[in-house]
Design a protein around this ligand. Structure first.
Ligand code: SF4
Length: 455
């Protein structure tokens, strides 16, 4: 179990009674509570002895290590998970979906896969859903061919990579071609462990260890940690659904419930090696999204199999305590002028995207004022007092919309027609117009309204 603040305070200077305030906290106890929650670093207290520092650093490290594959915008972070079940709190880092490309595949097929992973991107309530990695498998037996594949992917894609070969020499020579991209090396096994450690110890990159059981992973991760290679991913070798669920659950529980450090790393799952059929692979991947790999490798996908998987991933990894929202501001829909209609709505992402797309559908360029309701929809926001006339009035005044239009007509959602009076009091210079109850009525409503204004 993670260390509690009450345990940490006993380790602080004078048993937590020094209270000198040099860390910026009023007491050692306040510092300890913040430290246990991960909100401050140990360095803030200059009086902690080196022994205690090492002890606390170890005890306070997250039970599942954070691992980063790739760099820059395409870096994939996995691990740092805190719960076994999603309903306990939330899962933190969504698993990366990887597309397997073998150097034994025909050139045309490789090109098609690279094109596919680049093009299959789906806009989704303000996000872009897409696959994250390419996994390059050495299968041809021809080193030059594999290196040509690695170079090709480096030149044509910015995505993070998983390099796959049991031969450490192949892995390390491929790494020389793409080391700056921080690829994940797989598999590191009992047989090639020493060679891999020697090859990367000066400039470590993440590695994925593979064994024939969960137990056999332990000596491998221990040896890597002793060599100060700590970005480790685990593959317990299970290649059917039942074994995979058992092993993934065992690893997650050992890390979180027993705080067993040798298994405190994210895992990788290989539907591509568990089933030939693409649909079966996607079903296995859907199971892995829930339990628990940080990287899921598929041999192929298309828009019909990838999109549902990405949406499922989004749903599982969206924090249910934080509604999806968009920024509070005035949005331009089309190219609005100083005579264009002004509408107001709430900042729940779904509300915003539905209303914005219906305004677009009306072909009437408009100003859409989006009021922060902490991610609540219009009616719920009104019920919670966050979309009332009293709160919309000041927002409209501060939003800058008065500088953008010559008129002062504000269209409110029909579902909150009852705030018209309050809003007229809050915005005495504005005419408040009750708009349609449903967003779907906007395309018919707006053109008629504008025509009426012109007449
Ligand atoms: S600096 Fe250290 S000793 Fe001083 S109050 Fe903070 S935690 Fe306590």
């Amino acid at each position: 179990m993670p260390l509690k603040g009450t345990d940490v305070v006993k380790k602080l200077p004078e048993g937590g009674k020094k209270n000198c305030r040099e860390c910026g906290f009023p007491t050692c106890f306040a510092f300890a509570m913040k430290l246990a929650g991960g909100g401050v670093s140990l360095d803030k207290c200059p009086y902690i002895s080196s022994d205690v520092r090492v002890e606390l650093e170890d005890a306070l490290a997250p039970p599942v290590r954070l691992v980063t594959v790739g760099t820059g915008e395409n870096a994939l972070q996995i691990g740092n998970e805190e719960v076994v079940y999603r309903h306990e709190k939330t899962f933190v880092h969504q698993p990366g979906i990887a597309l397997l490309i073998s150097d034994a595949e025909a050139e045309a097929k490789i090109d098609k896969k690279l094109k596919k992973i680049k093009e299959l991107q789906f806009p989704w309530v303000g996000l872009t859903l897409k696959a994250d990695l390419v996994a390059l498998q050495f299968e041809s037996g021809d080193r030059a061919k594999y290196e040509a594949l690695v170079k090709k992917v480096c030149n044509s894609s910015e995505l993070g990579m998983v390099l796959i070969s049991e031969d450490a020499d192949i892995l390390l020579s491929a790494l020389k071609l793409c080391g700056d991209r921080r690829p994940l090396l797989y598999p590191v096994t009992q047989d090639n462990l020493d060679k891999v450690i020697a090859g990367i110890k000066d400039s470590p990159v993440p590695v994925a260890v593979k064994a024939d059981s969960v137990e056999q992973l332990v000596p491998l991760t221990t040896k890597l940690k002793d060599a100060e290679i700590e970005e480790i991913v685990l593959d317990p070798g299970s290649r059917n659904m039942l074994d995979a669920i058992r092993d993934q659950t065992l690893i997650r529980r050992a890390a979180l419930k027993q705080n067993f450090r040798p298994l405190g790393y994210p895992t990788i799952g290989f539907p591509c090696f568990m089933a030939k059929d693409e649909i079966r692979q996607v079903l296995l991947a859907a199971m892995f999204v829930i339990k628990y790999p940080g990287i899921i490798v598929l041999s192929d996908f298309d828009q019909y199999s990838l999109l549902p998987l990405l949406v499922q991933r989004l749903n599982i990894y969206t924090d249910p305590r934080i509604p999806m929202s968009v920024e509070q501001k005035v949005y331009e829909i089309g190219e609005p002028s100083d005579e264009s209609p002004v509408l107001v709505t709430s900042n729940w992402a779904l509300t915003y995207f539905i209303v914005a797309s219906e305004i677009e559908g009306s072909r009437v360029p408009s100003w859409l004022c989006v009021k922060d309701t902490e991610g609540l929809g219009v009616l719920t926001g009104w019920a919670a007092g966050k979309f009332s006339g009293d709160s919309i009035g000041p927002f409209i005044k501060k939003s800058g919309i008065e500088d953008k239009v010559r008129h002062k007509k504000l269209i409110i959602p029909g579902k909150v027609a009852r705030i018209k009076g309050e809003l007229e009091e809050a915005l005495p210079d504005w005419e408040i117009i009750v708009g349609p109850r449903e967003a779907s009525e906007i395309p018919a409503y707006l053109p008629g309204l504008v025509k009426k204004w012109k007449n």
